[in-house]
Each structure stands twice: as C-alpha cells, then as structure tokens.
Design a protein around this ligand. Structure first.
Ligand code: 4AD
Ligand code: MG
Length: 437
C-alpha cells in the first residue's frame, strides 16, 4: 500500500492508510497501546486494541522502544481531542528496527548533552519547528529576490583575500604554495556580478573565526547577499525592509503551527510593518548617552565606538519595529565603504537591528566608487594589493555607485522563532568549542 504522510491525514477520514516513521512516544494500559508516530510531517496518535490485531503485533507494539522505526497500517478516525483532528485505528504494525535506550528521553537534558546528540535532537518537536521555520525563511528570501529581478550568482568559498577584516579569517592550505581562506562574505564577488547583471545575489555558507562565545555568533553561517548597481545606501534600506516584510509574511502564513510549538509571541511578528525607523549613527549616540544618564546603561557610549550587544538591545527597545542605523564611523567599518562626501568621518553603511534584543541581522551599505580612494583604503587596512587588483578593475572599467547587504539567516531565524541562541537555528552548528557531530 502507498505511504501516506501525517500531514495528509485530515483529507483521508475513514480511509485505510500506511504510515511509515518512528515511534515518538508510547503508553499502554491493559488491552490498549497508544504509540505516537512521527514521520517528519507531523505526529499522530495511533490506537492498538488487543482485539483488533494479532497477539504478536500487540506485543511488538507494546515493547517497541522510543524512536524505533515502524510502519503502521490502519484506519483514519476523526478525533476532536487530537491536535491534528485525527487518530489511527491500527490494524497492523511492523517494527523495521527496534531502538533501545534512546539517549534523549522525555526528561530534561542539559544543552551540552543535547548539542552532543544534535544528530538525534533535531527529531524533537521544538528543534523540528525551528528548522522548518528556517526552511521557510530561506525559501521566502530566495522567492523575494527571484521575483524582483535578481540573478542568483554564487560566489566562491575558497578565497585568496579577506573581505571583513583579517582577524576572523580561517586559513586553509591550498596545495602548499598559495594561501586560501574560507570566505567571510561573497560581497566583493557580488560587486562583480552586479556590474554584469545589474541586480544579483549570492546565498551560501560563510565563515568567521569568531573567538568569542556569544549567543549570536557561529563560525559557519549562511548569508544572503544582494548587490545592486546604480543604487545607494538608502535604496538598500528600502530593499532590506521589503525583504523582511516578505519573509515575516511567509513565516506567518506557512509556519504558524511551528511558531505556536515554540511558544512564540506571534503578535510581535504580526505587528511588523513599513516603514522601519531609520536612525543616523549620531542620533543613536544621543539615545545611548541619555540611556547612560538615566542609569539604564552601564557604560557611557562615545561617538566613534561600535555598538556592543547591550547598546543594540537598548536602541531597539526604544522602538517596536526593526530599526536601520546608518552613517557609521568610517574608522570602524570595512575598507570598501563609500563615505559621506560632506562628513568623511562617516561611512554610508547600514545595519538593521531586530527587535526584542536580537541585534544586528543585516549589515551592508554603499560601496566606494573611486579607484584612488579604494587603493588608499587597501593600503591603510594593510591588505595585500595584488589580491585586490581584480576588484579594483571594477572601478577601472565602468565604475558606478552601487550598494548591497548581507543578512545572516541564523540570526533571522532566532528572531522569528524567539529563541535565545543561534546554535539551534542551523541543523549542525559550528562554534568556537563545537565541531561535532
Ligand atoms: O555585517 P557583516 O559582517 O557584513 C558583511 O559581511 C557584508 N560584506 C555583507 C554585504 O554587504 N554583502 O555580516 C552580515 C550579517 C550580519 O548582520 C549578521 O546577520 C550575520 O551576517 N553575521 C553572523 N551570523 C552568525 N554568526 C556570525 N559570526 C556572524 N557574523 C555576521
Ligand atoms: Mg556587521
């Protein structure tokens, strides 16, 4: 018999079905066993009545261990008490492999233990819900760019040079002679593809040797990076805003149940709307200094500094929408930023800070257009000029104002799901102290 998936059961009331999956949980009482079957699309309660099955099947159903792989045959019955509206009256049940002593029992476990067992932990309800939200976010992001005239142009993972500073580079041996690094961002290559296609984007894994242990940092994370020719930093705020609105809508439409499983306050997401406040860095400094004077911040923030996570949290707490910050000090930004011609100490960078303390989820801005300025910047940042010659060609041959940004998928997922730490937003997180499983 053809396999039916649990998320199709509501349309199959009174029909005979075959379900294939794993035993999520089970209890029994006298002549009844209630195995809960999961198959990746949902969980359904099955009812095995001793009178309806052979002696052997009843015993197998009763003794199968948690996460045993099982195949169930039965009839779909409407049931008002079931979260999915149906249960299965079992006529036959086969154990494909009996699992004993499954390490993740329904009792509480510490995070380290669960992380060590990540390959199994992803089967549990909440983790499952987070990863489904991730799927929807990625799909929504791609749909957004695909339907707005962007060409997907993937960028290399092995790169000869840094994009986001040399302190977080992962070096790899590239056949002995040449040094290679794992990419920190596809941006520099996106600038080339934008000059070829007008609007392009890259979506792939990026790497940062982050030596800090925070709830927002992974060493390997996925970033979506659009780049647009003939665009400025304000256009990037418009684009980022529209992208976020599109993503929030998709998550609310497709993943409401998962958000409920995660006990997410859905009203916060429903409230997200355009326009997002846009704050000049100067204004942020003012807000942060007031916060310090009121005793709401521990340290006094000074112009020129980079926001720490308490600063970001404080800033976003003043608003109920994500906020854009623009015009960061040139001195704390990457070599490639365009500067404000009237105030060269300010770079035309933008960040989007998510609400509820989730911090920066988008970083980007306008790129320097002028060849000589960039040559000087490369020198000032102590970058090896020969590795950037190809990049400088983009300024030699048809340089235009252009801009782009990058959004870290994991931070976006953490925010949408309302979960504390980015380590649960990717199937197998890579962090300072975690390379396994
Ligand atoms: O602000 P970042 O460093 O910007 C860039 O890499 C630009 N070159 C992107 C561009 O303009 N094309 O990183 C962009 C985003 C951050 O806002 C954050 O969401 C995410 O990438 N991010 C991280 N996410 C998880 N772990 C880390 N270690 C991250 N570092 C950055
Ligand atoms: Mg940034």
């Amino acid at each position: 018999m053809k396999q039916t998936y649990i998320n199709e059961l509501q349309d199959k009331i009174s029909e005979e079905v075959t379900l294939k999956g794993w035993l999520y949980n089970s209890r029994s009482s006298g002549k009844l066993v209630f195995p809960q079957l999961r198959d990746g699309t949902g969980i359904v309660q099955c009812v095995v009545f001793k009178g309806n099955v052979s002696e052997e099947v009843f015993e197998v159903a009763k003794s199968a261990g948690q996460e045993s792989s099982i195949i169930v045959h039965g009839t779909v019955k409407e049931d008002a008490r079931s979260p999915i509206g149906v249960e299965i009256d079992v006529t036959d049940l086969e154990v494909v492999q009996n699992s004993t002593d499954y390490p993740i029992s329904p009792k509480e476990h510490g995070t380290e233990f669960l992380m060590d067992n990540r390959h199994l932990w992803i089967r549990s309800k909440k983790q499952h819900a987070v990863l489904r939200v991730r799927h929807t976010i990625i799909k929504a992001v791609r749909d957004f760019f695909d339907s707005n005239g962007f060409i997907l142009a993937d960028t290399p993972i092995f790169t000869p040079a840094a994009c986001e500073g040399t302190t977080t580079l992962f070096e790899v041996d590239y056949f002995g002679d040449d040094k290679a690094y794992l990419t920190q961002s596809g941006q520099l290559y996106n600038e080339a593809t934008a000059a070829a296609f007008g609007k392009s984007y890259a979506f792939g894994p990026t790497f940062r040797a982050e030596k800090s242990k925070t709830r927002r940092h992974l060493t390997e994370f996925w970033m979506v990076e659009p780049e647009v020719a003939y665009a400025n930093y304000e256009d990037m705020m418009d684009l980022g805003e529209d992208m976020i609105i599109h993503v929030v809508k998709a998550v609310l439409e497709e993943r409401r149940e998962d958000l409920e499983t995660l006990e997410r306050d859905i009203s916060v997401l429903e409230n997200i709307q355009k326009p997002f406040p846009r704050l000049h860095y100067d204004k942020c400094v003012e807000i942060l200094q007031e916060g310090f004077e009121k005793g709401e911040l521990e340290n006094k923030f000074e112009w020129g500094g980079d926001f720490g996570s308490p600063d970001e949290t404080y800033l976003s707490a003043q608003f109920d929408q994500p906020i854009f910050v623009h015009h960061f000090p040139t001195a704390i930004k990457g070599f490639y930023f365009e500067i404000d011609s009237e105030r060269p100490e300010c770079a035309l960078g933008i960040d989007l800070l998510a609400p509820e303390g989730y911090g920066e989820i988008i970083g980007g801005g306008e790129r320097a257009m002028d060849l000589e300025y960039l040559e000087k910047q490369i020198e000032n940042h102590n970058l090896p000029k020969e590795d950037f010659e190809w990049y400088l060609d983009l300024r030699r041959y048809g340089s235009v104002p252009h801009a782009g940004f990058g959004m870290g998928i994991e931070r976006c997922v953490a925010w949408m799901c309302g979960i504390e730490h980015v380590r649960e937003t990717i199937p197998f997180p890579r962090m300072l102290y975690r390379l396994k499983p």
